[in-house]
Structure formats: C-alpha cells, structure tokens
Design a protein around this ligand. Structure first.
Ligand code: SF4
Length: 735
C-alpha cells in the first residue's frame, strides 16, 4: 500500500512500522484479530453507560450492529444513539486529509501528513521559545480511548514540556471528581448498575436518566422491589413524570434542600450512628451546621412546602436500601462540589453506602469521562496519582522510563483559566482534540472571539464542519470510535473494549497514531517507544495503577476484558489469582468494608454555606434559563448524531424553548411561535414549546443547539471550576 504521506527523509522506527503495518494506522483492513466475516463485540462510544454492542462484519468491515445480550451493563438493550453508532463514520464531511489554512485566501486546504507534522511542531516550538512553556495548551475530551488520553497527557507534559491542559470533562464531571476525592480520598464512584435494581428508594438529584442515560433507566424499571423513585429537579423531566415523587425546587436551591433534609434526619434520630462513628469524620460539625436549615427556612428558599420536605425526608429515612444519584443538574452549578458532597453526606449519615442498592452515586456523561478523570494526566497525574507527590512522580517516571524531572509538580490551569489566559495574552497556541469548544463552551461568543487572538489553533477532529474545525489554522483528521482500538471506562468503573471494525476514511489516523507521529517529529527520540500500540499503552497503565484504588494490574490484556464482559476497577493481581471468580464479581461496588481511601480510612463530611447565584434575575432579565439534554437521540453538540437521518428525525431540527403556559399567555406567545431570548451576552431565536414542564419564570433550551451557549453566563464552581450551565438570567418575548 502506498502511504499517503511522504516519509522519504524519515527513516525512524515509526516509518518502518508504518511501511510494514499500514493497517495499524487506519489505512488498511481491520486487524486480523477480528475475522473478516465474524460478529464481534465492543462497547458503545457515546455515553458513559458503556453498553455492549455486537458488530457484524462483512469482508472485514462493519455493516451492522445489535445490542449485546450477555453484557452485564445493558442486557440486550441499546438506545437510539447506540443503534446508529456506525452511521456517523460514513458522513461526507469526514476529515480525510490534514487541512491547513491558506493565509491569503483564508480557506482550509489539504496538505500531507508530513507537512502537517512539521508545521505543528515548528509553530508550537516557536511559540514555546518566544513565550515559554506555559504559552501552549490543549483541551481534549472524554470521548477518546483511555490509552490515547494517557499518551496525550504524557506526550504534552513530559515530552513536549508544556504545562497547561484540560478536558471537556471539566464541563461534565470535574465536580464529581473533586467531591469524591475530597470526601472519599479518591475519585471513586462506589456503585455498580445492579444497585439500580436493588434499591427500595432511589433519589435522583439533577438527573434525567430517561433521556440522558436511557439504559440505566431501564435498569431502574427492572427493579423488582416497587421502589420509591424521588426526583429533585426544577423541571418536570421525563424521569420526574415517571417518578413516584417529584420535588420541583427553585433552580439552584438544591444545596439548601439537601442540608434541610440532613437537619431533619439528624434531629429526628433517623441516622446510622454506628456507621457514622466507625467510618466518618466531621459529623458533629456537620450536625451543628445544618441546624440553621430549619424546615421553614428551607421551604422559603426552595419553594418546597414543609409538609413535602418531611415526606421526602421520611421516605429516605424509611428506606432500607437508599441510593442517591446525581449528574449535570448538580455538577454544572456555581456551588457544585458542596452540593455533590451534601448528597454524599446524606448517604454517610444514613449508612447508605457499601451495601447493595445504596450509594452516593455520580452518573458520568461521556463514554470515557472516567478514563479522562483518572488516566488523562490533566488534573491528576496518570493513574489517579498526585503531581505534588514526589514519590508518585518518581513511580510514574520509572514505569514510563523517563527522567523524574520530566514530570513537573506545577499544576495545570483549568479550562476556564486557559480561556482567560488567551484573553490575557499568556496562552498563544491551542490544540483541541475531539472536542467542539466553539459550540459547547459557556459564553460561546467570547470564546470564539478569543480564538482570534491565538497565534496557532490546531483542531484534531473527525469532521471538517464542526464550529471549532472551521476556525482552525490546522486540522488533523482523526479516526473515530470503531476505527481504532482501546478501552473506555464507564460510570460504574467498568473497563470496556473498543475495536477497529471499520477503516478510517482517506488519511485519517487514530489519535494514538497521530500522537506517535507528533512524538517523532517533535524529536523525542526513544522517549515514547514503549507506547508502541494501544495495548502496549494499556500495559503501562496497568503498571502505573499498581497500589492505587483504581488498580487494574490483574487484567491480563484486551482479550481478557473482552472475554470477561468488561472488568470494573479495582482488579488487582489478587483478583486475577482467583481461578473461578464468583458470579457476583461481575458487578462490584466499593466500600463494602467501610474503609475509604483517606489516610485514616474514614470519609469526610464537607459543607459550606450556600452562595447566591452569579447572575440573578431582575426586571430586565426576569427569566431563569436552564439548559440540558433534549432527547436520547442527540449527543452534545451533534457532531456525530446529526449525521444520522434516523436520529435527526427523533428530535426537533430547530432550537426550541420550553416556556410555561402562564408566561406564554402573558407575553402573547403561542405554541410553535418564534420567540426571542436575550441575555446580557447575546440574542437568539427559538421555537416556543408551551409546556408546564417548566414553572413560570423559567425557560429551558436543550444544549445541543448551537445558539444556546451564546446566552449562558460564565460562572464556575470554586472547587471544581466546572461551568454553571444551569442558571443565567434572560428575557423572553415574541420574535
Ligand atoms: S445508553 Fe449510551 S452507551 Fe448505551 S447505547 Fe445509548 S449511547 Fe450507547
């Protein structure tokens, strides 16, 4: 096969490997590990549920798929996105060659990989030489495989010598990461999906699994215990409609409500004193703190009347197996971390953790948010290690075979701080990998204006048409899910396998191989020769994880993951020594022994006074704008889901706004009318969906439409630095 780029002057080991095995670079057939006309299994690459799919091949190419019946996650079910997972690979706007912006015409024009790599390295090296190691940053994703995340973080920080990088996990799961780390000593979601079926009370706070995680919701529907399902959400979401109790609180009063529940539980003696004494720290201070959240005060702040507050609390108190679940309604808030920890505190004081059907359980968003949180080398050093800990740095350096001093203790700026760095002129170069920040970042117009200040913007992407790719100086064409191999880690810590079942189009390369090329062209010599393939990188991750709560040293290889139906961390060599693992090991939860990952083994109760929202409503902007997922057929900015005719038919094509009938009547707005929505930052139009799912004074616009983040206000949780997408002030009127 003729290689699509000229490597005549480059006779390193990588070139020889390219010539010998072009298929590994997305250029040939699927790997011989998968028989050409077989059916093989792999996990879905959209959301963090991590469903197992059967991929049906013909002549080595995926032609169809079906849901895997024996996978412990989805048990034969898949949502519309999963069923359509192959469709986006064939989209006509795939990036098939590197593209460079012509400075004269302003157009993106094809170049070969060699030119792209030379330019990538020259331009970023120039910026580094002129402005220092802190002047180039990357923003990546929870959408690429763990091995690629680990490679990228190691390459950028240890190899290329830069400091600042972050991921779109910051928009999604940073809060859960910080909340767990502070409370439990490690970023450790404690649950397994079997808990959905084992609870007798499930409490969903700011979570709409009917839409956002439909297969998890199916697991709830399989619960044989006739559970109480409590939804705490300002909107009457699809999940709220199906729940047994819905509490439509005032937007962003959840922290007050949770403290109020704790106060009643403690004052009424509905707590597990033995568990608290044996396994927690900080209870006395927490109990004293919450006394100020009297039922009357909570009712005034949240809009939940006192009788309902008692009913909610009593339901929790009477439950034998109570599980608490949260997602973006909590995480995307100005006081997100303390809200997540208030949920954790409820589980701790009632002893609802470490037993079947219990837990303080954060549901993640992206297919590999968990991989990004632990192995991306962004906020934590690889394997959930600490950049500040010299022993951790030495351990990681030893496993990777690099000098200790290559690993800096300097922390990275968070996403919003990188954006601010662009505004301040400190960040001059930016590399976006598999994320569409120009659509998804909060206060979008500011972000896109700031991109113009950059000296060099590289976007590594599957598609040429994303809002971010359209602004790039250089586009690197990337293979997508199904065109490469690696692992994803789902919400319940299960490591699942992704395989190459389709050829990437044109010259598109797996992100892993793009990083290999960059390592070579940057001149890093032999520093990354251990990263010879995704599976070799997985072996490095295993070694790095040794002794950590997320240890995976007992997983032999990819074949082991495949045969086991995914493997939850931790899975150490102790597990591996068990020749006949009991069936229940397929679904394991953490903290069954009551030991947390803190120094003394006890969980910490953390709390703070609630703070006012960053942008309250006023006479000029009297509505609260809430954003969120619109339908189970849409995924984030629609880069992939919009490619499917089927998925497009399952959601409105145009941006719409949910508005309460009373507000609509008062403003003279009818169903289907075009309305204007204005914030202090921008003005957009949307189609009116007149519905009582939102209360008077509130409107909701799905996050998938390009316009919505023109309106949102850039406020952040101080601990996790996660953006507060769920609350800003707008005005609404007929267009
Ligand atoms: S629920 Fe998530 S993982 Fe499962 S099929 Fe749908 S998108 Fe894929």
């Amino acid at each position: 096969m003729k290689l699509p780029f000229n490597l005549r002057n480059f006779d390193g080991p990588l070139t020889r490997e390219l010539v010998r095995e072009p298929g590994k670079f997305g250029l040939g057939q699927v790997p011989s590990k998968v028989a050409p006309d077989a059916t093989t299994t792999m996990v879905c690459g959209f959301c963090s549920t991590g469903c197992g799919l059967k991929i049906h091949l013909k002549d080595g190419q995926a032609v169809n798929l079906s849901a895997e019946t024996d996978y412990p996650v989805n048990l034969g079910m898949a949502c519309p996105k999963g069923w359509e997972a192959l469709t986006p690979l064939a989209a006509p706007d795939r990036a098939t060659t590197p593209l460079l912006r012509n400075e004269k015409t302003g157009e993106l024009e094809p170049v070969d990989w060699e030119r792209a790599m030379v330019l990538f390295c020259e331009r970023f090296k120039e910026i580094k030489a002129k402005h220092g190691a802190e002047s180039v940053a990357f923003l990546s994703t929870g959408q690429i495989v763990t091995e690629e995340l680990a490679f990228l973080g190691a390459l950028f920080k240890f190899g290329m010598g830069f400091v600042h990088c972050d991921s779109n996990t910051r928009q999604c799961m940073a809060t859960s990461h910080v909340a767990y780390k502070q409370s439990f000593g490690f970023d450790a979601p404690p649950f397994t999906y079997a808990d959905f079926e084992e609870s007798d009370v499930l409490v969903f706070v700011g979570a709409n699994p009917c839409i956002a995680h439909p297969i998890m919701w199916q697991r709830v529907m399989r619960n044989p215990h006739r559970p109480e399902i409590i939804v705490v959400d300002p909107r009457k979401t699809e999940t709220a409609m199906a729940a047994t109790q819905h509490y439509a609180l005032t937007p962003k009063s959840d922290l007050t409500l949770l403290y109020g529940i704790a106060n009643i539980l403690i004052a009424s003696g509905w707590i597990d004193r033995d568990f608290i004494a044996a396994h927690t720290n900080g209870f006395a201070e927490f109990a004293e703190f919450v006394t100020r959240f009297t039922p009357d005060h909570v009712a005034a702040e949240t809009g939940i009347v006192v009788a309902d507050l008692w009913r909610l609390t009593e339901t929790i108190a009477q439950g034998k197996r109570v599980s608490f679940w949260w997602t973006m309604g909590v995480n995307q808030s100005h006081e997100a971390t303390r809200t997540a920890q208030a949920i954790i505190n409820l589980a701790l004081i009632t002893g609802n953790i470490g037993r079947p059907g219990t837990g303080a359980n954060s549901i993640t968003g992206q297919c590999n948010a968990m991989g990004s949180r632990i192995f991306a080398n962004v906020t934590s050093l690889l394997g959930g290690h600490d950049f500040q800990n010299a022993d951790h740095r030495a351990k990681v350096a030893r496993v990777l075979g690099i000098p200790d001093e290559r690993i800096t203790s300097q922390p990275s700026l968070a996403y919003d701080q990188i954006v601010q760095g662009i505004e301040d002129g400190a960040i001059k170069g930016l590399w976006l990998i598999a994320t569409n920040s120009s659509h998804s970042w909060i206060h979008q117009d500011r972000f896109n204006e700031l991109l113009k200040k950059l000296d060099f913007l590289v976007v590594q992407e599957m598609y040429t048409t994303t809002e971010s790719a359209q602004r790039a100086d250089l586009v690197l064409p990337a293979a997508g899910w199904g065109e490469k191999e690696g692992t994803l880690i789902n919400s319940e810590r299960r490591i699942g396998l992704v395989k190459k079942v389709s050829r990437a189009p044109g010259q598109a390369l797996a992100d892993f191989h793009i990083f290999q090329l960059i390592a070579h062209y940057w001149g890093l010599g032999t520093m990354f020769t251990r990263w010879s393939s995704p599976e070799a990188a997985f072996q490095l991750m295993k070694e790095i994880s040794r002794g950590q709560p997320c240890e995976i040293s007992g997983i032999a290889d990819y074949a082991h993951i495949d045969a086991a139906g995914g493997i939850q961390w931790p899975w150490s060599e102790v597990n591996a020594e068990c020749k006949n693992p009991p069936a229940e090991w397929r679904e394991r939860r953490l903290f069954e022994d009551g030991k947390f990952f803190t120094a003394d083994g006890k969980a910490k109760m953390l709390f703070d006074m609630p703070r006012a929202v960053a942008e309250p409503t006023d006479a000029e902007f009297p509505f609260v704008l809430m954003t969120g997922r619109g339908s189970s057929a849409q995924w984030h900015t629609g880069s992939r889901t919009d490619k499917s005719d089927v998925l497009r038919k399952l959601a409105p094509a145009n941006c719409y706004v949910e508005i309460n009938p009373a507000d609509a009547k008062r403003l003279g707005i009818g169903p289907g009318d075009e309305v204007s929505i204005r914030s202090r930052r921008a003005f957009i139009t949307a189609t009116a969906f007149v519905t009582s799912t939102v209360r008077a004074g509130q409107v909701f616009v799905p996050m998938h439409y390009r316009a919505v983040n023109r309106l949102t206000h850039a406020a952040f949780d101080p601990h996790s630095r996660q953006p507060s997408y769920k609350y800003c002030a707008v005005s609404v009127g007929p267009a």
